[in-house]
Design a protein. Structure first.
Length: 379
């Protein structure tokens, strides 16, 4: 299959790994953060870490939309479903994110709340049309990839005169989070690790393009290589980062040229800009309050903003003290550094958000890395 099988070729992966080994400066350590959870999943799934030399250290970033969703946002959704009796629609991974008082959306559903898993924002809109006598709220999460579909359904709801549909918007922004990782007082206080460069996200970059990352290369002197999600994409991106570090360069390079351009998808960007505006601040799980890192619905579409319609007030809720998701999302700790990992916290019984989604660092490590010493996935 074009653009799949040829990017999973084990022999080619080992050839790239040999180049990485050959071009390393043996006197230094290389630390690269893969921001996106899709890359974290690929690295674990295909055993990429086993092909890399010890000097190359991959740091799992906060680029999993389920993982960075704070408890307080889930609590708002649960309150709408249990107390306001709305039909709450959301994506499947969100259903199991732990919330306050031992609840989650799926547990609230078991208590009688009408919470429905949907595959798209359009499904949520269709639910509202099919239930005109019920309030329907779409819990919208995700980075720039899933934001345009939400913008489209808000516009369609207004065009159709739909009065029973609204969106609880939790869309967040990639560049703001990277900036926060590099300079925020919270991250400095909690601790982080030196980062020599970033593997830029694939799907997000299809929408926003490569230009927004030029800021990190210029101001922070951190190279960025945008990469696809296949194992050879990731391996090639690591090689490109190694070469930039060795040369003393800090540039934005695009490995994912088959899908990403510098300017991105202008049509999608325009749709988002029409419906959404920046929030002054938004809480991320593991990062705390991050300035201008999320979106809210503009006043012209205010009737479709669930926060305004239901008078919701956000209240931050601390994470489980024993859970290390915050440190893992910042790259300070690995999943195995958490004492809950693989014992009371598993994909079947997640205690923290990093174990919920398959793109979360803990879930990926639990699924693919526990037996890595005896099995290499790229073959």
């Amino acid at each position: 299959m074009k653009y799949v099988d040829e990017f999973r070729d084990g022999a080619r992966a080992r050839t790239i790994a040999a180049r990485i080994h050959a071009e390393l400066d043996s006197a230094r350590r290389y630390s690269f953060m893969e921001f996106c959870g899709g890359h974290t999943h690929a690295i674990s799934h295909y055993g990429i870490s086993d092909l890399l030399p010890p000097q190359v250290h991959m740091i799992h970033g906060p680029g999993c939309p389920v993982c960075v969703l704070p408890i307080g946002r889930i609590d708002l959704a649960i309150g709408l479903a249990l107390e306001r009796r709305v039909i709450l629609c959301t994506y499947g991974d969100t259903m199991r994110v732990p919330a306050s008082e031992g609840l989650s959306l799926i547990k609230a559903k078991a208590r009688g709340a009408d919470i429905r898993m949907v595959y798209s924002a359009a499904d949520a809109l269709a639910t509202a049309k099919a239930n005109p006598d019920r309030e329907v709220v779409f819990l919208a999460i995700g980075f720039e990839t899933t934001t345009p579909p939400t913008a489209l359904v808000v516009r369609q709801a207004q065009a159709d005169g739909l009065r029973n549909f609204s969106v609880l918007c939790c869309h967040v922004l990639t560049p703001s989070a990277i900036t926060h990782i590099l300079e925020s007082p919270e991250v400095r206080r909690f601790g982080t690790v030196p980062i020599d460069g970033f593997i830029g996200p694939a799907h997000v970059s299809i929408v926003i393009g490569s230009a927004p990352y030029e800021h990190f290369a210029e101001e922070y002197r951190k190279p960025v290589v945008i990469a696809g999600f296949e194992p050879l994409d990731v391996m090639q991106a690591i090689l490109m980062l190694v070469r930039q570090v060795n040369d003393g360069r800090a540039e934005v390079e695009n490995e994912f040229v088959r899908a990403v351009t510098r300017d991105g998808n202008a049509v999608a960007q325009a749709q988002v800009a029409e419906v959404f505006e920046l929030r002054p601040s938004f809480e991320w799980r593991g990062l705390g309050e991050v300035p201008y890192s999320a979106l809210r619905i503009r006043d012209r579409y205010r009737e479709f903003d669930a926060e305004a319609r239901f008078g919701l007030a956000y209240r931050p809720v601390p994470d489980n003290k024993a859970c290390e998701c915050g440190a893992i999302l910042r790259g300070v700790k690995k999943p195995t550094d958490c004492k809950l990992f693989g014992t009371v916290c598993t994909p079947e019984t997640p205690m923290g958000s990093c174990m919920v989604s398959s793109e979360g660092a803990c879930a990926a490590h639990y699924t693919y890395r526990r037996f890595r010493d005896i099995d290499v996935k790229v073959a």
